[in-house]
Design a protein around this ligand. Sequence first.
Ligand code: TYD
Length: 233
Amino acid sequence: MIPGVRGLLSFRCMPRRGKFITFEGLDGTGKSTQMRKLAAALREAGHEVVETREPGGTATGEKIRKVLLDSGTAALDARAEMALMFASRAQHIAEVIEPGLASGRIVLCDRFTDSTEAYQGSGRRLGSDAVRALHRVLCGNLQPDLTLLLDSDPHASVQRARRRNEHALKNGPRGQDENRFEQETRAFFARVREGFAAIAKREPTRVVTVDARGTPAQTHAKITDVVRRKFKL
Ligand code: TYD
């Protein structure tokens, strides 16, 4: 066979690159529930879907998650915190996200680099530039095709996350402690919310803000509408 023809054939057999959709927002806005609902709807429509999360998503990432979220992790320096978020992410991209996209799947991810920009960049005041520079170096500047930013009443959302995590600590299988961030102040979460809003303003094509104050079913309907229109599914 002519070499060029073989190349063309193997190219044609490669699956089309999948879509990368991230969910962002303050703690307790219902991201995880909405991600599960979208995954179910997409599977029902015949798509292959990968559901994953950050920090975490790989065996190494889940260990890093434990260090980051356990309220027993005392006096963690903000820069060390940011470095751990990126360590988890770099592994996650290599092991889960890129292979998923390369095999044509829709990859749904609960939080990605926008969370680092909002929480560490804005909340911890390390600045957006540092986060974006690390993203270029450590994550090959991988950008989601769509980011759903769930927006809700900040105080109510954080209270909800606090209650849920305290419940998991008392009743979870291994007394799972994921309370470290929920112990932050209202001022911290106000800065995080502003950080998310600034990203949405800067990148209106990628980031769609979804009002998540209604029932889970209402929010799900808004999300499926955005996804359907964006990807013509
Ligand atoms: P998550 O499990 O999504 O919490 P929740 O379900 O309460 O929204 O995320 C855990 C915490 O990690 C959350 O408080 C936000 C924080 N976080 C960062 O500070 N930076 C990051 O880059 C990521 C991915 C998460």
